[in-house]
Design a protein around this ligand. Sequence first.
Ligand SMILES: [Zn+2]
Length: 239
Amino acid sequence: MSRYFCHEHPDVLTLATRVIDARPGAVVLEASPFHPGGGGQLTDRGVLRWHGGEARVTAIEAEGDRLWHVLAEPIEVAGAVEAVVDPEFRRMMTALHTGTHILNALVFQKFAGALVTGAQLNADSTARMDFDLPDADNDRLRALEPEINDVIRQDLPLRYEWLPTDAVGAEAGLMRCRSVAPPPSADGTVRIVEIVGLDRQACGGTHLTSTGQSRAIRILKIDNKGRHNRRVKIGLGAG
Ligand SMILES: [Zn+2]
């Protein structure tokens, strides 16, 4: 799990930095406020500005520890730049991602430690989570909607720590994904996200600072996708 600038500075969405490597239509920055996506979370949207120009960042491609910011135009950029994350998109993605943690926590607690088999967040404020829930009743899953919104109303704070990989393996429930464990960072630690009083798990994404910042969450749909794959679709409510 790489350490990103946005892990330490989630509120910094505009950053004066400089290009340290470039090719036509892509740059590596000395520091970047962009979250590159991963684990179901979408890449931040935004723009790169320089003296006399601006281009949209359309994708971020990881090459080892380096993040190539792919631009909408095949231009070559050098020197001082300003990297600007789209605040609306970040806010929505962050709220939706936090919502998936609340859903995941409640499923884990109420369905005997059921694990996640997949997750995908979407730009339309919806997300799907797949759980290994062979015997669960869909009505019991639907009944989680008011409980999710109760967690939002409780306004529980979120906090972070980096734990050594060994400690992560020793604490039951920190690894919530059935198939993929996030790789440790270069220093051998894994980022733990805690919704205080509710849940702790390994995650490298962006989250709200407390659950009360989220709009209400609706459970939109539940599908059985094979015996070991129950798909729960959620969406952020209006307003
Ligand atoms: Zn997360």
